[in-house]
Design a protein around this ligand. Structure first.
Ligand SMILES: [Zn+2]
Length: 967
């Protein structure tokens, strides 16, 4: 294949080879329709296909977000209700999703298996070009919104998956701030609109406008196809040309986005829902447009400056605000996913009355750097860190490359420009010796005419006001309906329910191409572990093929620590590298970490036992990845941080207090955004030692511990320091240590680590620990502000008389993507739901952004009956086995695969066990699942629930006698 060649209706327009992309970039154009395609031919085993449409919103109804959901809800060749879910259940995909951005909608799929890959491509092409939305409006009602009304005397409510998803998004004050500030900054272009949709505006969208948007925007002339890895190019081109593009001719409609002229001196105020008892304060967003999409170097340079000015508590702007008590935290970043990248600074927990002092403090910090000059060493360290980050890409890597290529391609630019970055880094290193950074800092968003400012103030009444406003809109709508309209709405609800309750015919399900069990290998592709003893330390060796990078995980056992100390030790993990050590100040540390450590993270992990709920293995874990040539320096630095951090100095004390308050706020946001995870931890803590340890180091009780520490800081500080110092002196030593290493090198020498963490005492550390747990099921509710909820029902296999088996992974797939998907998401309107059973024994149901959590708990309680029905019907089990087998060998970066392998090691699962689990599920029959109906009955009888939710949901829990707490 070469330039000007014509293949299946496509002409090759350009071919370029480049070392940075490890291969060639082929560009093609479909002659008849003008559809453009690019293939990054890099030989990678994982194959990615993405069809990307330029979708430019003109209002806040979320029309493109609803389309993104809806086109995956049935199509001409695959007339099932949800091909998307069928594919999740039956394929070996390594990625399967779709995303709506501010100016594009992308549909990426990937797989390592060629047959599977082609199946997925076909299903996605059919969905985007021949969706069932044209003849089935139920899809729009279900995914978008509708008035739910089953009886004319009822009050109608809004239902819809996107409607609820967006209520969840906008219950985060930062999402509200970002939306408001974009509105302010881009009044004349699509970027002022919420592409996801604003819940109060979504109901302005009707079915006709929705269909018109598909017709205009989901056209080949408006599409760009990105391919990555060892894809069978000719087969993909042939499928596109012969089955889809042949139905179209070219179109001249273009969707150019005008350039926004900077808005002068704009400042606005908005409100978010705050909770009572929480001294929530205001947020400030300062933002400005920095350039257009062509200037990649400038966007990276701004990244450097954001990092320089605000990354840590010692950075100039953050330090000035913290020292003067004007804010609790500052976050700053560049959004380069749109035509005109912008930079935003978010100043958190501020007092609106002090806004002039805040701006003056920021100005002062900027002027301070301009007067004294930049610390060049720090600029170098930030560039090193950002460069490592640009190479340390999450899998599937092709997905990130698709998004990067679209940074330029979507605006008519060269896709290769979006894929290449190294040149910008070279230029930016050279620029350190010029006045380049000074000139950019002079334009930093602060008090000049092109900066826009938005203050988001807390309101204790906004939640109730929004709730009442929604009720009024609904009442008004109902009052305005004529008899005929009322009849139509009732009929629509009936039809929708009938459609949702109908099962797809087996014939329809079989229309989807799928793999056979024989396509599945008998040996799971998981990272292997070799456990050896070196220098008196247990070393878990993993092989990986990433060249030039080494990944370490250091596990320090906490089995000989007092469980009362666990929350303190968990909090301590946030201090490492942030507060001074004997040798280095906090600023020196920051520079050294940036230069030498690519990725560094400290946390607590607890592994449950396969055989008993009464013991667990808690560890303090350090994850460290770096370039090979930095290895020695990185390990020396880690030794200094773990062994010589100063916890008790006056300087550290102030820093610890600041970090504590920031951690509380970050966790408060997390609980609101991922209530399902916190609910699961809460319930599982009742039934096992591992559950209890996890909850007290990561869960809601850890949050309460931090808040109590903050309120009682002066009195509790001394004890806290004693715990940190004891862990530093006694736990961070070779006796407590297991080292895991993943690299391409075949050496297994860890003498450097052994030198750094010598043995303190010849003490024997116990293997595991018994952490106390209540063993009494409870019904608990945690009230959060915002319009959304989460519902959990959970337990522990061992306590219910079961042991873990890989069959349960298949059961999880079936329950999550069949039963719960239909009942909780499709009918219940929740954005997400799932069931999981882990080898550690924890099992649980959960829902995500759920409008009716108690209803979801009823659904969980009926799972036994579902399993019985499932075992009787004729649908084969194969597809569930195939997707489960694939999920047991996920495509991940080496660091994460090493973590998975380590988890198996600590739980006593060997590679041979994984092979046996694979063999076992490949031979499974439906009748093997019947015994789990009894397990589900036991889970439901024990009534161990947690609802994390809004005021209305929690009021119902309170009425039923649950224990209620507030965030
Ligand atoms: Zn969505």
């Amino acid at each position: 294949m070469k330039e000007k060649d014509i293949i299946n209706g496509f002409e090759v327009t350009r071919v370029r080879e480049n070392n940075e992309i490890n291969g060639k970039l082929w560009e093609l154009v479909h002659i008849r329709t003008g559809l453009k395609a690019a293939w990054l031919d890099n030989g990678e085993n994982n194959k990615l296909f993405s069809i990307n449409f330029k979708t430019v919103p003109w209002d806040d109804t979320g029309v493109f977000h609803i389309l993104e959901h809806s086109v995956l809800g049935g199509s001409e060749s695959f007339p099932v209700k949800e091909p998307f879910v069928e594919l999740i259940k039956s394929s070996m995909n390594t990625f399967l999703n779709a995303m709506t951005f501010s100016d594009k909608t992308i549909f990426p799929v990937s797989s390592r298996n060629e047959k599977d890959f082609l199946n997925l491509v076909k299903a996605y092409l059919d969905g985007v070009f021949k969706p069932a939305i044209y003849y089935n409006p139920n899809i729009f009602y279900q995914e978008g919104w509708h008035y739910e009304l089953m009886d004319r005397t009822d009050e109608p409510v809004y239902k819809g998956v996107v409607f609820n998803e967006m209520k969840g998004v906008y219950s985060s004050e930062e999402s509200v701030l970002l939306q408001n500030i974009q509105k302010l900054m881009f009044p004349d272009t699509c970027y002022g609109f919420s592409s996801g949709g604003i819940p109060s505006i979504i109901p302005e969208l009707n079915y006709e406008k929705f269909i018109a948007a598909h017709k205009e925007y989901y056209h080949p002339s408006n599409a760009k196809v990105y391919l990555d890895g060892s894809v069978p190019l000719e087969k993909v081109l042939k499928m596109m040309d012969e089955e889809y593009l042949c139905n179209y001719s070219g179109s001249d409609i273009s969707h150019d986005i005008p350039m926004q002229k900077p808005v002068k001196n704009a400042e606005t105020v908005g409100y978010y829902e705050a909770s009572e008892g929480n001294e929530a304060k205001a947020l400030l967003g300062l933002s400005k447009i920095i350039c257009d999409w062509r200037d990649q170097k400038k966007t990276i340079a701004y990244d450097v400056l954001c990092n320089y000015m605000t990354a840590t508590n010692e950075s100039p702007i953050k330090k000035a605000l913290l020292d003067q008590g004007l804010a609790q935290d500052v976050e700053m970043f560049v959004d380069d996913s749109i035509q005109q990248p912008y930079v935003i600074m978010i100043v958190k927990q501020i007092d609106y009355d002090k806004k002039n002092q805040i701006i003056a403090a920021i100005r002062g910090a900027i002027d301070g750097v301009l007067n004294e000059g930049f610390d060049k060493e720090k600029l170098h360290s930030i560039l090193d860190y950002l460069y490592f980050e640009s190479k340390d890409v999450e899998e599937p890597k092709g997905l990130e490359r698709n998004v990067n290529a679209m940074r330029t391609w979507n605006y008519g630019g060269d896709p290769l420009d979006g894929l290449l970055e190294d040149g910008s880094f070279d230029d930016l290193r050279k620029a350190i010796d010029s006045d380049y950074y000074e000139s950019l800092l002079r334009e930093f968003p602060c008090d000049d005419t092109e900066t826009v400012a938005h203050y988001l103030l807390p309101s204790l009444t906004k939640g109730e006001e929004d709730y009442q406003a929604e009720k009024e809109r609904l009442a008004e709508a109902k009052n305005s309906w004529t008899e005929k309209e009322m009849d139509d709405i009732l009929a629509m609800n009936e039809k929708l329910a009938e459609w949702q309750n109908s099962a797809d015919s087996l014939e329809a399900i079989n229309s989807l191409p799928k793999l056979a069990l024989s396509d599945i290998g008998t040996e799971p592709a998981v990272m292997k572990t070799e456990a050896i003893e070196r220098n008196g330390i247990t070393v878990l060796k993993h092989e990986c093929d990433e060249s030039g990078i080494v990944h370490y995980q250091l596990y320090f056992s906490l089995a000989d620590c007092d469980e009362e100390e666990f929350p303190a030790i968990s909090f301590m993990s946030n201090l490492l590298g942030m507060i001074p050590t004997e040798k280095y100040s906090a600023i020196d540390l920051e520079k050294r970490i940036g230069r030498n450590m690519g990725y560094i993270d400290y946390n607590i992990k607890t592994f449950g036992s396969q055989n008993s709920t009464d013991i667990c293995k808690p560890y303090f874990v350090v994850s460290l990845s770096m370039l090979e040539e930095r290895e020695k320096d990185a390990i020396d630095l880690l030794g200094e941080i773990l062994s010589n951090t100063l916890y008790s100095s006056a300087e550290s004390r102030t820093m610890i207090k600041n970090i504590l308050q920031q951690c509380i706020e970050i966790m408060r946001q997390e609980i609101m955004m991922s209530g399902n995870r916190y609910g699961l931890m809460e319930v599982q803590s009742q039934f096992s030692s591992a559950g209890a340890a996890t909850e007290m180091t990561e869960g809601f009780s850890f949050y309460k511990w931090m808040k109590a520490f903050d309120e009682n800081f002066d009195a509790a500080y001394g004890d806290f320091v004693r715990i940190c110092e004891r862990v530093q002196n006694e736990t961070f030593d070779a006796n407590h240590l297991v080292v895991s290493v993943a690299s391409k090198r075949d050496e297994d020498d860890v003498s450097e680590i052994a030198d750094v963490f010598s043995k303190n005492k010849p003490a024997k550390v116990p293997e595991s620990k018994a952490v106390h747990y209540s063993n009494a099921p409870q019904r608990e509710a945690i009230q959060i502000p915002g319009g959304i909820s989460y519902a959990v029902s959970a337990g522990n296999l061992h306590r219910l008389g079961y042991a873990y088996s890989s069959e349960m992974d298949v059961l999880s797939t079936i329950l999550s993507f069949d039963y719960l998907w239909n009942e909780v998401r499709v009918k219940g309107g929740a954005y997400g739901c799932g069931f999981s059973a882990g080898a550690g024994g924890g099992i649980g149901f959960s829902s995500y952004r759920d409008p009716d959590p108690l209803n979801s708990i009823d659904v969980y309680n009926n799972a036994a009956a579902y399993i019985e029905r499932f075992c009787k019907d004729e649908e084969p089990l194969d597809k569930y086995v195939i997707s489960t087998a694939a999920s047991q060998e996920p495509l991940k970066q080496a660091r994460i695969l090493a973590e998975y392998a380590d988890t198996d090691y600590f739980r006593g699962i060997r590679y041979e066990d994984r092979v046996e689990m694979r063999r076992h599920i490949l031979q499974m029959k439906k009748s093997d699942l019947l015994k789990y109906a009894d397990l589900m009955n036991r889970v439901s009888q024990q009534k161990a629930y947690c609802v994390v939710g809004n005021e209305q949901a929690i009021a119902k829990c309170r009425d039923e006698g649950w224990t209620v707490e507030s965030l």
